[in-house]
Design a protein around this ligand. Structure first.
Ligand code: ADP
Length: 403
């Protein structure tokens, strides 16, 4: 259509690194041809490199307007809820502390897992982890869609209790199809899926939902109730929890996701990022031992990513197993222990996150942008690879001491 002005609303939020690069190259070309490009973004690193001008919108007002070098170094950024990448997320946050809203951590008043039951469960979970109980097992799983597309080919994978696993891979790799098998909305063409020691083939979706909570990539595929509170309360009711537990879980999930104030809102009246938080809250309220998140950082602003990281850390501390599909290598580096790389329906790599991030000559990492901290460490010429803010700070301390 060759417009004079192009307006883009988070155009790359669900794209892999290669596709993101293609989009930004195209935008550069358009700009060179005199097209005005207006980009709405949460992630600031690329815009910081290529934009002429950055505007910050906060609470319906323009809070700042100027060249990236001025606006993105403004000390009020955090106040505006804006940040870019792990360094900003971890700003003033060592060790990990509760950010926003309060009450996620173990002492959170009203946590439905509190009290004697909680102590018992923590002990049990510790024991599970010690024994390395297998909670998910995928054996030679293949899936062919009715149109003939083979989305998964001979995938095998085991996940133990308490693990935090990131599933990464280019668009179309089969990640979502794999996740859908874990909750029974896709069924194997061949192979088996075992959840909590039971063959998923013999279990109804409703039964699998006791073990696996799934946060969809698109919240609109998940949300159906007329209010946020009803939406979040649906899972615990459906699972047949007693009324007091149901209420406690619902209120807790609303509170820790910062949604208490929206309890009576219609989910449709919320932003995409907020609807995604409602979807996460409704899964938290089911208190499942396994949580699967499909692209959880998509459309989330700085504050919401901080919140998500806190919640993942909290659930991990309580022995839950977390599996996330993500394109975000910074998010992987900071929050996960293990990475599984899928491409063209096959597992290409499976191992500790540090090894995946360090192996920049490894074929499995070539399609991914290295985390910010890794790129910074390399630019500084450090011989030991770093991937997280913490490992970066450790190296920096070592280098300073050596001088
Ligand atoms: P990813 O989550 O890694 O982007 P998906 O699991 O969504 O990958 O898709 C894997 C492959 O299966 C892709 O080639 C995609 O086009 C195809 N696919 C996904 N859903 C369907 C469907 N409902 N019908 C046919 N093909 C599908």
């Amino acid at each position: 259509m060759r417009p004079a002005v192009m307006v883009l609303d988070e155009p790359t939020s669900q794209l892999d690194a290669v596709a993101t690069g293609v989009v930004f190259e195209a935008l550069e070309t358009l700009r060179a041809q005199g097209v005005t490009v207006i980009l709405f973004e949460h992630r600031l690193e690329r815009p910081a490199r290529c934009a002429d001008r950055v505007l910050i919108l906060n609470e319906g007002r323009i809070a700042a307007d100027g060249p990236p070098a001025d606006v993105l170094t403004d000390p009020r950024l955090a106040e505006w809820g804006v940040g870019s990448g792990p360094a900003a997320l971890h700003h003033g946050r060592t060790p990990r502390r509760r950010a926003w809203p309060v009450g996620v951590g173990p002492s959170a008043a009203g946590d439905p897992g509190g009290g004697r039951g909680r102590i018992h469960r923590l002990a049990q979970e510790h024991e599970n982890r010690r024994r390395h109980v297998m909670v998910l097992r995928v054996d030679s799983l293949s899936h062919r869609y009715p149109n003939g597309t083979t989305a998964l080919a001979d995938v095998s994978l085991t996940v133990r209790a308490g693990e935090r696993v990131a599933v990464v891979g280019p668009n179309g790799a089969g990640k979502s199809t794999l996740a859908r098998h874990l909750i029974g909305i896709a069924r194997p063409t061949s192979g088996t899926v075992t959840v909590d020691g039971r063959d998923a083939a013999g279990l109804e979706i409703a039964e699998l939902a006791r073990s696996v909570g799934f946060v969809f990539q698109n919240p609109d595929d998940q949300l159906h109730a007329a209010t946020v509170a009803k939406e979040v309360g649906f899972g615990p009711r459906n699972l047949g929890f007693p009324a007091d537990r149901r209420t406690a879980l619902t209120q807790w999930a609303l509170r820790v996701t910062g949604l208490t104030g929206e309890a009576n809102s219609h989910p449709r009246h919320l932003s995409f990022g907020e609807r995604k938080r409602v979807a996460f809250a409704s899964v938290l309220a089911m208190d499942t031992p396994i949580i699967v998140l499909d692209e959880p950082t998509t459309g989330q602003d700085h504050r919401s990513v901080v919140l998500l990281e806190e919640l993942i850390a909290d659930r991990h501390e309580r022995g839950r197993t977390i599996l996330a599909i993500t394109h975000d290598t910074d998010f992987c580096a900071e929050n996960f222990d293990r990475v599984v790389v899928l491409s063209e329906g096959r597992v290409r790599w499976d191992g500790p996150v540090e090894r995946w991030l360090e192996g920049d000559r490894n074929e499995s990492t070539s399609a991914f942008e290295q985390p910010q901290m890794a790129r910074l460490g390399r630019r500084l010429g450090w011989p030991t690879p770093v991937a997280t803010v913490d490992s970066f700070l450790d190296q920096l301390t070592a280098h300073t001491a050596a001088r």
